[in-house]
Design a protein around this ligand. Structure first.
Ligand SMILES: CC(C)(COP(=O)(O)OP(=O)(O)OC[C@H]1O[C@@H](n2cnc3c(N)ncnc32)[C@H](O)[C@@H]1OP(=O)(O)O)[C@@H](O)C(=O)NCCC(=O)NCCS
Length: 165
């Protein structure tokens, strides 16, 4: 594998990207289970991210294959913290260190490029893969919001993680 993060462009949007969100495993702990996207809508989303000063959307690529995304939000926060969300949409790549790689690259950018003081991320309790990705990258559990999320008709606690940079 030759992994890299690259700002996502409109022409990266194709059917196999949209298909990630049709996979129950991928959306199990995500609000994307409530949405359906067309290519046009997704291109508009990417375009809005490109125009936004508050958000950067990176594709995770293995060479030229787009396998996931990682997003950093709140870049203009006066409080100097950003929020990250991520997905490895191509499940053939799960368990191979891609999630860990993407978060570790964003940590470097958060320090060097965005000059933030802190990164935050939230996840549904039970999303062990996501929790491991954060903990392996040094994030600490800062709080647990009880029954904060509904996925698949079930309530889940939200775990809030933070990393001081
Ligand atoms: C969560 C997600 C990003 C993990 O990506 P990944 O590339 O498979 O994770 P990695 O291979 O980097 O794994 C990092 C660690 O987590 C562990 N891990 C990953 N998935 C796991 C799972 N489902 N159960 C248990 N452990 C898991 C790995 O074994 C590894 O730990 P180790 O190094 O101690 O062995 C991926 O499963 C995903 O995209 N899920 C759907 C979207 C999602 O939930 N995003 C997070 C929203 S908060």
């Amino acid at each position: 594998m030759k992994l890299k993060l690259q700002i996502l462009q409109e022409n990266d949007v194709n059917q196999s990207y949209l298909d990630w969100y049709q996979n129950e495993k991928v959306v199990r702990y995500s609000d994307n289970q409530y949405r359906s996207f067309s290519i046009e809508e997704q291109k508009r989303y990417v375009k809005n991210c490109l125009a936004s000063k508050d958000t950067d959307l990176f594709g995770i690529f293995d060479e030229d294959i787009h396998i996931g995304n990682i997003i950093i939000n709140r870049l203009n926060s006066v409080h100097k913290w950003g929020e990250i969300t991520y997905v490895v949409g191509n499940t053939d790549y799960w368990g191979k260190g891609v999630g860990f790689f993407a978060v570790s690259e964003i940590i470097i950018k958060a320090k060097k490029v965005y000059k933030l003081n802190k990164l935050c991320a939230g996840l549904a309790e039970g999303n062990i893969g996501s929790q491991r990705v954060l903990e392996k990258n040094g994030f600490k559990l800062e709080g647990r919001r009880l029954k904060q999320l509904v996925f698949g008709g079930q309530f889940y606690n939200q775990l809030d993680y933070g990393l001081l940079l």
